[in-house]
Design a protein around this ligand. Structure first.
Ligand code: IPM
Ligand code: MG
Length: 368
């Protein structure tokens, strides 16, 4: 059987640094677990623009379509802020998501016990938190037409369109219900059905799919603004939250902060099943390229490492090994190993990006 294949797109800023630690773990799987990944590498974002004049080369796009999974670091940086919109680093990421049709974006927000003091919220509010936001990723206002900046009379007008078809809502709803069945069996769907027609349709379709196909799952609906408030008030009331592209973008940043550090959170973007029965998939940390600390060995590689763990679970049918990586991360944190972003007000000596990676490898060794 062919080796599992992986395309690594480390991208910009801290992307290459955090990805270097994941590569150590991939190598560890080769030597210690006898699982060899066929790894290819290419560019995305600003670095791709520097080399190819485009944030995502067509050849890179074709490679992404051909592999079992894509692992992405981060894109963007101040150097590219003035570029034309279509050439911005983010467009490379959006093209990958769109052309691979990765409609279901899983963003777990999990609070590690060792970091519960670290949240900006009270410990009892976040300790033990384990929720997943399922964000629709390929439609809605980020892609809807018409869009653009036009001139009307003597002034300009900026237009974006929120647009959802029934089938787009139905497929992400199914993805959320499937996930919930493997967890606490609870889904809360968020929209603004009080003011948006697309929200009314969203609510109706989610309810229909529930009633026809997933009546066993506990489904509730919430307006997204209330959802934001509930997330900071008492986040443990949720298990799986399903929502559209824009609300999911905002709510997932909010949920991420509950856990203490954005540097900890992975994500999976999943599409329709491929010939091997596994979904098309791209895995990436929720954090961005953090240009302010890039190249200094300060970045926390855990979100990228946990993104690889999600790849093991969702793309490579290696759920036990995914858990092994997650437990190794938990162990390292429990042992007090901290990158700079995890230093509390009491201070201490942070480890570097690569020391954090080495600590995870040591914990993996100990797990055998
Ligand atoms: C995210 C990011 C992206 C988005 C940007 C980088 C295009 O904020 O993944 O949440 O808006 O989707
Ligand atoms: Mg975002």
């Amino acid at each position: 059987m062919a080796n599992p294949s992986l395309l690594i797109l480390a991208g910009d800023g801290i992307g290459p640094e955090v990805m270097a630690e994941v590569k150590k773990i991939i190598a560890w799987f080769g030597t210690r677990r006898g699982v060899t990944f066929d790894v290819s590498e290419d560019l995305v974002g600003g670095c791709a623009f520097d080399k190819y004049g485009t944030p995502l080369h067509d050849d890179t796009m074709a490679m992404a379509q051909a592999v079992d999974a894509v692992l992405l670091g981060a894109v963007g940086g101040p150097k590219y802020d003035k570029l034309d919109f279509s050439l911005k680093p983010e467009r490379g990421l959006l093209r990958l998501r769109k052309e691979m049709d990765l409609y279901s974006n899983l963003r777990p927000a999990q609070c590690f016990d060792a970091l519960a003091d670290f949240s900006s919220l009270k410990k009892e509010v976040v300790a033990g938190l384990d929720i997943v936001i399922v964000r629709e990723l390929t439609s809605g206002v980020y892609f809807g037409e018409p869009r653009g900046i036009f001139t009307e009379g003597n002034e300009r007008v900026g237009i974006n369109t929120q647009r959802y078809t029934e089938s787009e809502i139905a497929r992400v709803a199914r993805s959320a219900f499937e996930l919930a069945r493997r967890r606490a069996n609870k889904v809360c769907s968020m929209e603004k059905a009080n003011v948006m027609e697309s929200g009314i349709l969203w609510r109706e379709v989610v309810q229909e799919i529930h009633d026809k196909e997933y009546p066993d799952v506990d489904l509730s609906h919430m307006y997204a603004d209330n959802g934001a408030m509930q997330l900071v008030r008492w986040p443990k009331q949720f298990d799986v939250i399903v929502t559209d592209n824009l609300f999911g973008d905002v709510l997932s940043d909010c949920a991420a902060m509950l856990t203490g550090s954005l540097g900890m959170l992975p994500s999976a973007s999943l599409g329709a099943p491929m010939a091997n029965g596994r979904p098309k998939a791209l895995y990436e940390p929720v954090h961005g390229s953090a240009p302010d600390i890039a190249g200094q060995g300060k970045a926390n590689p855990i979100a990228c490492i946990l993104s690889f763990a999600m790849a093991l679970r969702y793309s490579f049918n290696m759920g036990d090994d995914a858990t092994r990586v997650e437990k190794a991360v938990e162990k390292v944190l429990a042992d007090g190993v901290r990158t700079a972003d995890l230093m509390g007000p009491e201070g201490g000596k942070p480890v570097s990006t690569s020391q954090m990676g080495d600590a995870v490898i040591a914990a993996l060794d100990a797990s055998l």
